[in-house]
Design a protein around this ligand. Structure first.
Ligand SMILES: CC(C)(COP(=O)(O)OP(=O)(O)OC[C@H]1O[C@@H](n2cnc3c(N)ncnc32)[C@H](O)[C@@H]1OP(=O)(O)O)[C@@H](O)C(=O)NCCC(=O)NCCS
Length: 151
């Protein structure tokens, strides 16, 4: 059921017990994962202090996720980077993405970062319009290079 537009979500920290519900949300971001994978990744994240993963709930249902992480650098003062932001397809357009993004920015400011960045696939035009509407400027276009390691 789609919550009415006036319904305000509650934000709280992501917990391992949310893994099953998160499995249903992540395909809306294009990153499906199993509950086991999510529990393992969340345990690894807990070892890393400079990050926060939090969710939006409406009537006890998980309807959104945001993960923000600090990036410390030598060549600049660093920044906070949003690693994931998604609102369930049924609940988009009701202000939940804005709430999550503003919370991430407040977290970053509270940690002393003076800017928030994110990467967004060039194909996500709707998300780009959302970010620009909320004060983000398109800064640089670059390729991501990666090499798989045998471990
Ligand atoms: C992008 C996403 C997080 C936005 O969340 P949302 O809850 O739908 O957005 P909101 O309802 O909070 O919108 C906030 C504001 O942005 C505007 N907005 C949202 N989408 C927009 C769009 N495609 N074009 C222009 N403005 C847009 C809204 O009109 C609203 O404006 P207002 O607050 O001034 O009235 C959500 O659509 C989503 O999860 N998309 C799929 C996953 C994804 O692409 N994530 C981003 C990966 S980089």
């Amino acid at each position: 059921m789609i919550p009415p537009a006036s319904m305000s979500p509650t934000l709280r920290l992501l917990r391992s017990a949310d893994a099953d519900a998160l499995v249903g949300l992540l395909p809306d971001l294009g990153y499906p994962a199993s509950a086991d994978q999510l529990v393992r990744r969340l345990a690894a994240l807990r070892e890393w202090p400079d990050q926060e993963a939090f969710i939006a709930e409406v009537d006890g249902r998980l309807v959104g996720l945001c993960h923000v992480q600090g990036v410390r650098m030598l060549i600049s003062d660093g920044y906070a980077e949003i690693q994931a932001l998604v609102v369930s397809a049924a609940c988009q357009g009701q202000g939940i993405g804005r709430r999550l993004l503003e919370h991430a920015c407040a977290w970053a400011a509270g940690r002393g970062y003076d800017r928030v960045r994110l990467r967004s696939n060039v194909l996500r035009e709707g998300a780009h319009a959302f970010y620009e509407h909320l004060g983000f400027d398109k800064s640089k276009a670059s390729y991501a290079f990666e090499r798989a390691l045998r471990i």
